[in-house]
Design a protein around this ligand. Structure first.
Ligand code: SAM
Length: 198
């Protein structure tokens, strides 16, 4: 299984605001781009991919929306709007949830009211964590684990205090090269690196 976590610090947990923020300061289109590139290939989808989107601009709790590529069934198309509709629907389903609760939205999609820190703590039990960082070890100089989980951010960088807790969880910083890329572009490159080793 390959997993990707997008920590979207500026993404609203209100569905209307999320949809209205496409192309605006919060850049919620990033979430759809991440899902497109993590899950789709031409005319099909990848197997054994988990994507966790953590939306942090909230009045109550962060929302973690998890997508399992093996189990998603009723997407309306291979395009960004289809993913934005799924995210908005998951947010609507999460209304009224208390802290650290979980709700199945539909096959392959679950929403939870857990924080980024809590999520990565759980993931560290099953995955080797890799934090994407331009100053990390170059991806081709290391051997990626069989069960990798890649941590990315939206346009807002990871807060400094997160680095120490990620280090304690064994997260390794990896770089994909000298250019600052979009999170979704990182995902395409990571998939390609791993595809080349299969
Ligand atoms: C647009 S960047 C985030 C930019 C953010 N303003 C910052 O300074 O970190 C989105 C994500 O891609 C990762 N990223 C971008 N280029 C990268 C590279 N060349 N190697 C590794 N990670 C990269 C960043 O670490 C971040 O997780």
């Amino acid at each position: 299984m390959r997993a990707f976590v997008l920590r979207a610090r500026s993404a609203p947990t209100d569905s209307k605001m999320l949809l209205a923020s496409v192309g605006q300061d919060a850049h919620t289109e990033i979430l759809a781009h991440v899902l497109m590139n993590a899950i789709f290939v031409a005319q099909s989808h990848r197997e054994d991919i988990m994507v966790h989107l953590v939306l942090e601009s909230t009045q109550d709790f962060s929302r973690t929306i998890s997508f399992s590529s093996n189990d998603i069934t009723n997407l309306t198309g291979f395009h960004e709007q289809a993913w934005l509709d799924k995210i908005a629907h998951a947010l609507d389903k999460s209304l009224g949830m208390g802290k650290e609760q979980s709700r199945v939205v539909e096959p392959g999609i679950t929403v939870r009211t857990i924080s980024f820190e809590k999520l990565v703590g759980e993931l560290a039990e099953d995955y080797q964590l890799y934090m994407l960082d331009k100053k990390g070890d170059f991806v081709r100089d290391i051997e990626l684990a069989d069960n990798p989980c890649f941590l990315l951010t939206d346009h807002m960088p990871m807060p400094k205090k997160s680095f120490n807790s990620l280090k304690r969880l064994g997260a390794q910083k990896i770089s994909l090269g000298p250019k600052m890329l979009f999170a979704s572009q990182c995902i395409v490159l990571i998939h390609n690196e791993l595809d080349l080793t299969l």
